[in-house]
Each structure stands twice: as structure tokens, then as C-alpha cells.
Design a protein around this ligand. Structure first.
Ligand code: ADP
Length: 500
């Protein structure tokens, strides 16, 4: 991304307003003496099309200025989109494959906008910072005119553009606009051909996409959550702590100006106690982007690409602030470095560097690692101030068990012979986690359906509304389910090893 100034332009002579880009300072640092004003004499042709009665004919929409067609696409431009433009799709693709190194994000959708007047090939992507980048796919330099000055962007190089910048490709002008002159959305499919980027793809892009797609679409789920703190039982102390440490700093930054905000958290405790559940509720209550990953998946899939992926992940979170990155099975990625595991070492260092960056920039990004195995975590993670808060998520006490039971029986029909008090005591005695309680209640429900022949009636299509209305989960269902649960727990040795 190197651009050199090649000329100073009188913007008025050219007919567009000089704009101060936020990056003019950076762009200015590479200024060189003016050398080439040749292209300024050429005007980029405006063809005025009367849209009334347009029959979606390809020939007709092609007459709409390229800048307007692109502007129409920019209105819906998202990260993961690629727009190629130039004379021929195949040549554009080829030029793109040769410049694959320019793309840092996964390509999810690719569009081609045909234009035979441009004199070269250009690509556009949206980078992690949310800026639109132009990719110069040509074997020659192009010019970016911004703020009254012209800069050269070398062959196979990229730089970001803003509204009112003008690109000059072999003397043909293309103005960057965020909005077309007329609403072109009804015609988009006529001038923007979506094409499959995966077929005939160069190995380089394939590699890039593989690692990034797995990052962005599988492991990373940006789930808008509906879970609230009211859906979490028995973890009031923890929730209060989280409110003070994360929710209030997000909601009331003015109250935290003189307080060091901690951005890294470790939640530890047995499985099923609600660590993930709490993180989801937190993201929802904080109205933050929630990015959830599983350390075990990362460990196996990302070897080799790990550091870059972590950087991408944090960049994505930073671009979508406020954001919460939740890493389940954190010990799988942040395990002790004494294991001489090179992958682990690199990742731990990378995560700590990224956390330092978040702390320094005071970003509204919070990283929560969850583990059943606190002791396995690298001491660089647990001792450093970067993950400064270690919060235990214990099995629920008796009161907590009652609350969780209330949550999961709220909409369940319980028979009078089921005492919730006694059931709570029993669940507490067998050290049931929140996940266990939910499971037992649901299983008891299914057991009752079996006992009453409700599943059978569903199969035979003889079920009546009254069958469901009169149904109750009784103590027999509960007893049978708890018994089966305990047996399977013994068999599976569900209790974690190494939980401190
Ligand atoms: P962990 O991340 O600690 O292993 P999860 O949050 O994945 O546990 O728990 C699994 C499910 O069990 C949750 O989605 C939630 O439905 C239920 N659950 C666990 N703990 C609680 C709790 N304290 N209150 C309410 N539901 C819970």
C-alpha cells in the first residue's frame, strides 16, 4: 500500500470539490514532484439515461455511468464482498487471482460489473476497518486523485478510497460515490453479475478463503442472543461483578474515564454451570457483538495460520465495537507453554499482544476465556494483567438450584405429587449443574409423554388438544429420569478432571 503523489490539481478546474480525507496526512507523507497531468484533459463521460420505461435491457443499463453502477453496489457493500470491474469477466478473474495477496478478508460474494471504457481492471473490497479499498489489478500504475492532489497507486497494489476520490485508469476517470445519481437498486442484477469465486480459483485464494471462511463462518458465530440475566439462575454474585466490569463501562464510559478498565476475563468452573449462557446474556444485555469460538476447534483447524487468524478475529471485534469475544475451552488455545508446543507458544504471545493493544487503545472489546481446567492455562495468561479477572462459576448452591429449577419448570405442567422443594434439595445433593437441571426436566417431560402414550398418539395422529392440556409430569417421571441421569453420569465420568 504505497502511493506517491504525482501532481497537484486545481480541483475547480476539474469540477469536483477537494475533500480532506482522514488519511490525507498519511497520503501526504509519500509526496513526490508532479510528473503527469496528461489524464486531466480527459473527462469521464456522463451518459444520461432516462430510466422511465427501462426494460432491464443489458445494453441500456450498461450506459449508466460506471461510477453510478458501482455506487449502487457500494450502498450494500459488506465485508466479504468483492466487486470486480473491467471489460471481461474472465480477464478480471485472472487479474484478481494474480493479485490474491491483496485481499486480507474472506471473499463470500463476488460481483462483476462490465465496463469496456475503463481501460483496465479494478477490484473493490471492504477491509476490516470498514473502509472501501481499491485493488489495482493491472500491471501498470493508476492514479488516485484526492484533496486536489494526484497520487500513483502501483501495479497490484491497494489503497482505500473515500467519497469524491477519483481513480484514473490510463486516463479514464472514475469517481467514487457512495450513492448513485438515481436509485439503481431495481436494476442491480442487470449490471452486477454475481459469480462463483470458488470455481477455478487460484490456490492462493483458495487457501486464503479456507482459513478465513472457517474463521468467519464456522468458528465465529455472531449470534444475536435473546438470553438475559433473568434466564441465569444462582450466579448473582458473578453477574454483579460482570455488570460492574463490562456492562457499566460500555454503557457509561464517562464514569470510567479515571478507572482502568479490565478487558480480559477468565471464567472457570465445572462444565454446564452456565459460563457460555452467562456470556450470551452479557452480550445481549450490553447490546454488544458476541463472537463465540471453541478453543478445541481452533486448535486443530488453525495450525499454521493461527496468528493471522487471531489478528483477524480481534480486528473484526474492534470493527464491531462494543464486542465480546467468548472463547470456550480456552485451555486448548492458551495452554501452558511448558508443554513445548510451538503452536501454543505463538498463540499465547499473539493473544497477549492483541490484548495489550486493546488495553492501550481502550477499545470496547472484552475477551472472556472459559475453562473447566484453570490449572492448564499458561501462567503468562493467568498472571499477566491482560486477563486480570478470574471469576469462578461454581455449581449452584441450594438457593441457586431452586432458582434454576424455577426457570426450567416455569412452563412445565408439574403434577401435585412433585414437590419442587424436595426436588431442588435432591438436585443439589447430587451436585447437578444448571445444564444437568435443564436436561433432567426435559427428559422427565419426555418420560411423561411416553408414559401417557402421547408420542404414540402423535405417531397415529390421534392426539387431541385435551391430551396435552391434561398432561402432568409426575414424581415417577422425575425419579426415573434422575436415576437414569446418575447412571449415565457414572458411566461417562462426566465430572471434569483437573478442575481446581
Ligand atoms: P458451560 O459453558 O459452563 O459449560 P453452558 O452455559 O454451556 O455451560 O450450559 C449449558 C446450558 O445449560 C445453557 O445453555 C443453559 O440452558 C443451561 N444452564 C447452565 N447453567 C445455568 C444457570 N446457572 N442458569 C440457567 N441455565 C443454565
Amino acid at each position: 500500500m504505497k502511493i506517491n503523489q504525482v501532481s497537484t490539481i486545481n480541483p475547480n478546474a476539474y469540477g469536483y470539490t477537494a475533500m480532506q480525507s482522514k488519511d490525507n496526512v498519511a497520503r501526504k507523507t509519500k509526496e513526490t514532484p508532479a510528473t503527469d497531468l496528461r489524464f486531466l484533459n480527459k473527462n469521464y463521460n456522463h451518459v444520461f439515461v432516462n430510466f422511465q420505461g427501462v426494460q432491464n435491457s443489458l445494453e441500456l443499463v450498461k450506459q449508466i455511468p460506471l461510477e453510478d453502477r458501482l455506487a449502487s453496489l457500494f450502498q450494500n457493500f459488506r465485508q466479504g464482498d468483492l466487486i470486480l470491474t473491467g471489460k471481461e469477466l474472465n480477464k478480471a478473474k485472472k487479474a484478481m487471482y494474480e493479485s490474491a495477496g491483496l485481499v486480507k478478508n474472506v471473499i463470500r460474494r463476488a460481483f462483476f460489473v462490465e465496463d469496456d471504457k475503463l481501460g483496465g481492471y479494478l477490484g473493490f473490497v471492504k477491509n476490516a476497518g470498514g473502509d472501501t479499498e481499491v485493488l489495482n489489478l493491472n500491471p501498470f500504475g493508476i492514479n488516485i486523485i484526492t484533496g486536489g492532489k494526484s497520487y500513483e497507486l502501483g501495479a497490484k497494489d491497494n489503497f482505500y478510497v473515500i467519497e469524491d476520490d477519483v481513480l484514473s485508469v490510463q486516463g479514464n476517470m472514475l469517481k467514487i460515490k457512495n450513492k448513485p445519481k438515481t436509485d439503481l437498486s431495481p436494476f442491480r442484477k442487470n449490471f452486477a453479475r454475481a459469480f462463483d469465486f470458488e470455481t477455478n480459483v487460484s490456490p492462493e485464494i483458495e487457501k486464503l478463503n479456507k482459513k478465513s471462511i472457517s474463521l468467519l463462518s464456522n468458528e465465529m458465530k455472531k449470534t444475536p442472543s435473546k438470553v438475559t440475566f433473568a434466564d441465569v439462575g444462582g450466579q448473582d454474585k458473578l453477574i454483579n461483578e460482570i455488570k460492574k466490569s463490562i456492562i457499566y463501562p460500555i454503557r457509561y464510559p464517562q464514569g470510567y474515564e479515571n478507572i482502568d478498565v479490565n478487558h480480559g476475563f477468565i471464567l472457570y468452573g465445572p462444565p454446564g454451570t452456565g459460563k457460555t449462557h452467562i456470556a450470551r446474556a452479557l452480550a445481549n444485555e450490553a447490546d454488544a457483538t458476541f463472537i463465540s469460538l471453541n478453543g478445541l476447534d481452533l486448535e486443530s483447524k488453525w495450525v499454521g495460520e493461527s496468528e493471522a487468524n487471531w489478528r483477524n478475529l480481534f480486528a473484526e471485534a474492534k470493527a464491531n465495537q462494543p464486542a465480546i469475544i467468548f472463547i470456550d475451552e480456552f485451555d486448548a488455545v492458551a495452554r501452558s507453554r511448558q508443554s513445548h508446543d510451538e503452536y501454543g507458544n505463538k498463540v499465547v504471545n499473539q493473544i497477549l499482544t492483541l490484548m495489550t493493544d486493546i488495553d492501550n487503545e481502550a477499545d470496547n472489546v472484552f475477551v472472556i476465556g472459559a475453562t473447566n481446567n484453570f490449572k492448564a492455562l499458561d501462567s503468562a495468561i493467568t498472571r499477566s494483567g491482560r486477563f486480570g479477572k478470574h471469576l469462578e462459576v461454581p455449581l449452584p448452591d441450594l438457593e441457586g438450584t431452586k432458582k434454576i429449577l424455577d426457570i426450567y419448570t416455569k412452563n412445565k405442567p408439574l403434577s401435585e405429587d412433585v414437590s419442587k422443594e424436595a426436588l431442588a434439595q435432591r438436585l443439589f445433593d447430587i451436585k447437578a449443574s444448571g445444564a444437568d437441571i435443564k436436561y433432567i426436566i426435559n427428559e422427565a417431560h419426555a418420560h411423561g409423554y411416553e408414559r401417557e402414550g402421547i408420542f404414540e398418539k402423535m405417531e397415529n395422529r390421534t392426539l387431541k388438544n385435551s391430551d396435552v392440556e391434561n398432561f402432568r409430569i409426575n414424581s415417577e417421571d422425575i425419579n426415573a429420569t434422575v436415576k437414569a441421569f446418575l447412571e449415565s453420569r457414572d458411566v461417562n465420568k462426566r465430572r471434569p478432571i483437573g478442575y481446581r
